[in-house]
Design a protein around this ligand. Structure first.
Ligand code: NAD
Length: 343
């Protein structure tokens, strides 16, 4: 087999704002470690709107349909103008039902040391289905607002199995099922009951417990080390995953993966950061760690772990850091330092 034949086709979306700068840095680092991706670069976001009127144009979607694998820079969702969130559209289009958000302390000495947590969020159901309407009363057309959430037994089973499988594959010890079944007895009760059934099938291999979401939010601040993995519904996962990112220094270092049976899209959790775009000072680590998750996904955790180790060395030994981490390095200097450590 030739080297070319063994490459894995993958879609690369540099995206908006700081997207192209951090994508350049990440691609250089992935090349330095010999990552086996053959990139199909696709335009999305504002540049695509200017050309085709759609932030997710047909060539981009066709590319992901073909490669079923993408690394995505942040995409700006224009405010107003009738555009739906590009991220919600991508999740629905490719049925990316699992959102994986790992958080690990990268720089010791912060408020919380030794954090190593993975949150798995259901990505397609719950209150995100967007079944909403207003009820007019006494001449006020928007006197009351109604929103319906939908959780299914099949969707709950699928995300719970994903979480427990992830635990087995990644040597994790415990999954905490997070819900609000004391109040939302049907909507989150179905999720809790189904996830508990799934947990029984993994007994002896992965421990399981459960928490009500409000108690979980408090315990994450008081004693985050009691948690190993969390699996939860869409809206609770959205909120708790940002809380967990805050435990390890914010969104600038938080990677995320959106995974379905037919496709997987990896991205930084942060947005396009228009305030610093074009200045060459953005932190490339969140997108780089998303690239590491992509390497894990294709079975190359050897390469992912080499990059993670180089990141640790650059942050902690070389102390090369971008401004958001209190340093002075540019995006390119961080990439150069990581590549030096990889040699
Ligand atoms: P943001 O994450 O872009 O920025 C918030 C703050 O964090 C800013 O001060 C920014 O400078 C800083 N920041 C973000 N990433 C950084 C990095 N890598 N290095 C250094 N600093 C960084 O959030 P926002 O300003 O609310 O959103 C801007 C745009 O991004 C919006 O159009 C929004 O829709 C979009 N967005 C996209 C995604 C995505 O594509 N996944 C996610 C969130 C927001």
């Amino acid at each position: 087999m030739t080297a070319i034949a063994s490459l894995i086709p993958a879609t690369l979306i540099p995206g908006d704002g700081i997207g192209p700068e951090i994508t350049d840095a990440v691609v250089r680092i992935l090349e330095a470690v010999g990552a086996p991706f053959a990139w199909d670069v696709q335009e999305g976001g504002m540049a695509a709107i200017a050309k085709s009127g759609d932030p997710l144009p047909a060539p981009l979607l066709d590319s992901i349909r073909r490669t079923r694998l993408a690394l995505k820079g942040p995409l700006t969702t224009p405010v107003g103008g009738g555009f739906r969130s590009v991220n919600v559209r991508l999740r629905e289009e490719f049925k990316l039902y699992a959102n994986v958000r790992p958080a690990r302390t990268l720089i010791p000495g912060g408020r919380y040391d030794n954090i190593d947590l993975v949150l798995i969020r259901e990505n397609l159901e719950g209150l995100y289905v967007g079944f909403e309407h207003y009820i007019p009363i006494d001449g006020d057309p928007q006197a009351a607002a109604i929103s319906s959430g939908v959780n299914t037994r099949a969707g709950s089973r699928r995300i719970a199995e994903f979480a427990f499988d992830y635990a087995v594959k990644n040597g994790r010890k415990k999954v905490t099922i997070v819900h609000k079944a004391n109040v939302l007895k049907a909507l989150t009760g179905i999720f809790l009951n189904t996830a508990q059934e799934v947990a029984k099938a993994y007994a002896g291999r992965v421990a399981a417990d459960e928490r009500i979401v409000d108690a979980c939010a408090m315990q994450l601040v008081l004693d985050p080390w009691q948690f190993d993995m969390i699996v939860t519904t869409n809206l609770f996962g959205d909120i708790l995953s940002d809380e967990i990112a805050g435990l390890v220094g914010g969104l600038g270092m938080a990677p995320g993966a959106n995974i379905g049976d037919g496709a997987a899209i990896f991205e930084a959790v942060h947005g396009s950061a228009p305030d610093i775009a074009g200045k060459g000072i953005a932190n490339p680590l969140a997108l780089l760690l998303a690239g590491c998750m992509m390497l894990d996904h294709v079975g190359r955790n050897d390469l992912a772990n080499r990059i993670r180790k180089a990141v640790d060395q650059v942050l902690c030994d070389d102390k090369v850091r971008t401004g958001d981490l209190g340093g002075k390095a540019t995006t390119g200097e961080v990439a150069d330092a990581i590549i030096r450590r990889l040699r």
